[in-house]
Design a protein around this ligand. Structure first.
Ligand code: HEC
Ligand code: HEC
Ligand code: HEC
Length: 445
């Protein structure tokens, strides 16, 4: 048997830990003790300024393993000893994945039994990562970014699922090293995530929509900015395979594919320059994608010129249909009526509840991203994707009616979140946006 060592990424219960609501209070108390014990205080003051949900949990694990995976110039020490490292062998039993592909079981060992219950009716998918283990420091070979500590032991059988180009390249007998955060580390991350969350400017309001890559910007400067600030995650060639990507979910975007979630252009058209500038400036909340408002304006426009040059031809075509946004001027007395109409559309004509879950008046009927289709959705890059928690979750673009209206109108390219520009009227989209924005603000945090 060839001694191939695969890098594996575990999403487990299809991202449940990412979108789902969780009770941070118990962990937060434990985490505070650990935080102090680990002498984080040597360098940090508490509370750490507005760190809550600034990044996703995935970013924190990468940062705690080796801070330089996500912040190349970091002087913070890593805490790799706070992770479990478990070598496992791919077994020969095959399983069917939700998308119809096949996956292999992994052989049961005492170590694994401390992490999984091997309940045969539930599968926990381990994803083979495109990142070569050779490029990773300290012999890192795999990662499980979810709660797998004894108290929070996950129920189910681990199954290795090789996606896309790696399909057929994982074979029975191959060795995989799984890495999972130990309980104290999980508690520290829960503690950080429970801290105060910063108010971010609305995505749309960051720059004038007509702005273009400015003339002083250059691809040459952009390349330098990219190498210093972006390549750790997006990879030197822009295909999303930087060393940190092993830890991250959602994965850093493949910038060559030219598919963007946040834009003000219709269906499959490219984003405007202003759209890219908005995202690079503001980042994507609760993911690893950081905001770079600290970079000089010229550096930001230059890096945009550079990432556009990486995209494949089709994605380079300038957009033709720009979204024109007319935010209605509503009399405050009619707002409730519009929200009610939005709620009726959410579960009726628009069927948002298929993915996002029920929607309804009572607390247990809120759309927490757990609709009937939620567990089988995949993105264009072959990873499962979880519908956003619309009642209290962090929305990546923002939770103002305008931001939500843009999401409903344009959809999120590369994900199952569809555009409704053709199927709902403008008024209907605004009504749903008022409803979702209100839900999110009423039940948030
Ligand atoms: C020797 C000093 C030192 C120690 C000890 C230390 N840090 Fe840091 N930390 C830094 C420095 C320097 C930065 C800024 C660079 C970076 O982001 O890595 C930082 C950044 C961070 C950030 C990112 C803040 C932001 O807003 O981007 C987090 C989160 C963090 N540390 C958590 C921790 C935790 C948790 C511990 C203990 C387990 C810890 N740190 C221990 C020096 C330290
Ligand atoms: C610490 C890792 C990390 C760094 C550093 C990083 N990114 Fe990202 N980036 C991500 C992740 C993860 C995503 C995908 C988030 C998602 O899809 O929800 C992303 C997504 C993006 C997107 C797609 C936005 C969209 O609308 O879909 C762009 C553009 C982007 N990054 C550009 C950059 C640029 C330019 C830099 C450097 C200035 C940078 N990123 C630095 C992790 C990173
Ligand atoms: C086929 C499944 C599906 C349907 C139907 C659907 N969504 Fe989504 N939606 C998703 C997924 C998946 C995401 C998460 C994408 C991501 O984070 O990359 C999402 C994300 C969102 C977001 C969060 C955007 C952000 O900034 O993070 C909003 C708001 C949203 N959907 C609203 C709606 C509304 C309103 C409807 C109905 C008009 C709807 N969705 C219908 C799958 C769906």
């Amino acid at each position: 048997v060839k001694p191939i060592v695969w890098v594996v990424f575990l999403l487990g219960l299809v991202g449940c830990q990412l979108g789902a609501k969780r009770d941070l209070s118990k962990n937060a108390v434990l985490g505070k003790a650990v935080f102090a014990e680990e002498k984080c205080f040597q360098c940090h003051t508490m509370p750490m300024s507005q760190i809550g949900r600034k990044y996703g949990d995935d970013w924190h694990y990468a940062h705690l393993w080796d801070p330089r995976l996500v912040v190349p110039s970091s002087a913070m020490p890593g805490y790799p000893n706070e992770f479990f490292l478990i070598k496992v062998v791919v077994g020969s039993k095959t399983y069917m994945t939700p998308s119809g592909g096949s996956a292999y079981g992994i052989n049961r060992t005492p170590n694994l039994e401390s992490l999984f219950s091997f309940n045969p009716s539930k599968f926990i998918y381990l994803y083979v990562s495109d990142v070569s283990w050779k490029t990773l420091p300290n012999g890192l070979k795999a990662f499980l970014p979810m709660s797998l500590s004894p108290e929070t032991k996950k129920d189910g059988t681990p199954v290795v699922w090789a996606r896309g180009s790696l399909q057929g390249r994982v074979n029975p007998g191959d060795q995989i090293t799984l890495i999972a955060p130990q309980a104290p580390l999980e508690e520290s991350v829960a503690f950080l995530q429970g801290q105060e969350t910063a108010e971010k400017p609305d995505w749309f309001d960051i720059v004038d929509s007509k702005s273009k890559v400015v003339s002083g910007a250059s691809i040459k400067l952009g390349k330098k900015v990219y190498e210093e600030n972006c390549a750790v995650c997006h990879g030197t060639r822009g295909i999303g395979d930087g060393p940190a990507s092993l830890f991250l979910y959602p994965k850093p975007r493949n910038l060559v594919s030219g598919e963007y979630k946040f834009k003000t252009t219709l269906s499959d058209e490219s984003p405007t320059d202003a759209d890219l500038y908005r995202t690079v400036t503001r980042g994507m909340a609760n993911t690893a994608m950081p905001g770079r408002s600290s970079l000089p304006t010229r550096a930001r426009w230059s890096v945009i010129a550079y990432i556009k040059s990486l995209a494949r031809d089709r994605a380079k075509r300038p957009p033709r249909h720009l979204l024109v946004i007319h935010e209605p001027e509503l009399a405050p007395s009619t707002l409730a009526e519009h929200r009610d109409r939005g709620e009726a559309l959410f579960v009726g004509k628009a069927k948002c509840n298929d993915c996002h879950g029920p929607g309804g008046q009572s607390q247990d009927k809120l759309p927490h991203g757990d609709g009937p289709s939620a567990l089988i959705l995949q993105d264009d890059w072959g990873y499962p994707i979880h519908p956003a928690d619309l009642a209290g979750g962090i929305l990546k673009r923002g939770n103002s009616p305008k931001e939500i209206y843009i999401t409903i109108t344009t959809g999120m390219m590369g994900t199952p979140m569809p555009p409704y520009s053709d199927t709902l009227t403008d008024e209907e989209r605004w009504d749903i946006a008022y409803y979702v924005s209100h839900l999110n603000q009423t039940h948030g945090k």
